[in-house]
Ligand binder design. Structure first.
Ligand SMILES: [Zn+2]
Ligand SMILES: [Zn+2]
Length: 311
């Protein structure tokens, strides 16, 4: 304890900062026992590059990802006696091109990708977590809907994309489940019965194949009062027998373990009694990858980490 299953570095992600090795060193300094390195997969259309990537070509983006894997595995070996580094990736689903290319990439990379954080950051091909105006563009892209129905259509599209991603890749970690309300944290999914049943469908499916749901502390630095997911989704996951794993989704050494001090209170308030983490295994899991979920033994709150001043 503790663990994080999701991180980025400025070395391989233009909207993050710092070297990957410095992220790892900071994780060791803060007492992490399991730390996942999960860079974003490349994107495949010029139009999907972010403003800070305007100098990059699609080919360069793809090469950067391969370099990330080389460096992550190097760090995994040299720091093996200090921290269990897991090497994975974070998905994108902008168009079906991303899914097709991810399938090819996973085939090509084999066991070099140890696990997957399954995330959706776009709706109708438009980023939903970049800034508020872009989010609003994504919402307005449902122009055929009556204005009062757009929010529901937007949310439905998000959770349908998530479902497709789960079915195709069975990600071990479900990334920031409710990112779709980043700019509207008070949005109540229960007001959209169709959306709510899609959430239940997705959770049920993920529970069945053995996924872990990420408690992602990054929402706290984005001014949410809770990590992702917020209480309503937490309740669905708990009721349907879902299991949770911690992530900081850090974007540089400064954000390693950031706001973890606020997690215990939240976990207790929503009634999370067990935490799980990933560990390499010899037998393949439901997705065919050699990694498994392990339950943290004893009382998770009893761990020294929560008392460390370094946190
Ligand atoms: Zn993400
Ligand atoms: Zn991320």
């Amino acid at each position: 304890m503790p663990h994080s299953h999701h991180s980025h570095s400025g070395q391989f992600c233009k909207h993050a900062s710092g070297l990957l090795e410095d992220v790892v060193r900071e994780a060791i300094r803060k007492g992490f026992q399991v730390y996942g390195l999960t860079e974003h997969v490349p994107r495949y259309r010029e139009v999907d590059l972010y403003p800070e990537e305007s100098q990059l070509t699609l080919e360069a983006l793809s090469n950067e990802f391969d370099k990330f894997l080389v460096e992550a595995h190097r760090l995994k070996s040299i720091y093996a006696d200090q921290v269990a580094l897991l090497v994975g990736l974070e998905t994108e689903y902008i168009t079906t091109l991303d899914l097709e290319n991810l399938s090819k990439m996973l085939e090509r990379l084999g066991e070099r990708v140890e696990y997957i954080v399954g995330s959706v950051h776009h709706v109708n091909g438009i980023p939903i977590d970049f800034d508020l105006p872009t989010y609003q563009m994504a919402l307005s892209s449902f122009a055929d809907e009556k204005e009062e129905d757009r929010q529901g259509a937007f949310l439905s599209a998000y959770f349908d994309a998530q479902y497709e991603l789960l079915r195709r890749f069975k990600p071990e970690i479900i990334g920031h489940f409710d990112l779709c309300r980043l700019y509207k944290p008070s949005l109540c999914f229960r007001n959209y019965p169709d959306v709510f049943s899609k959430i239940e469908r997705n959770v049920r499916y993920a529970v069945e194949y053995g996924a872990l749901f990420e408690l992602n502390a990054a929402a706290l630095r984005k001014k949410w009062k809770t990590p992702y997911p917020a209480e309503d989704v937490m309740k669905v996951i708990i009721d349907l027998g879902g299991r949770f794993a911690l992530s900081d989704d850090s974007h540089g050494p400064h954000a390693v373990g950031l706001n973890y001090d606020r997690l215990p209170h939240y976990l207790q308030s929503v009634g999370v009694t067990q935490l799980w983490y990933l560990q390499r295994s010899t037998a393949p899991n439901a997705a065919g990858r050699k990694i498994q979920a392990v339950r943290l033994s004893g009382d998770w709150l009893d761990h020294d980490f929560w008392r460390q001043s370094a946190m």
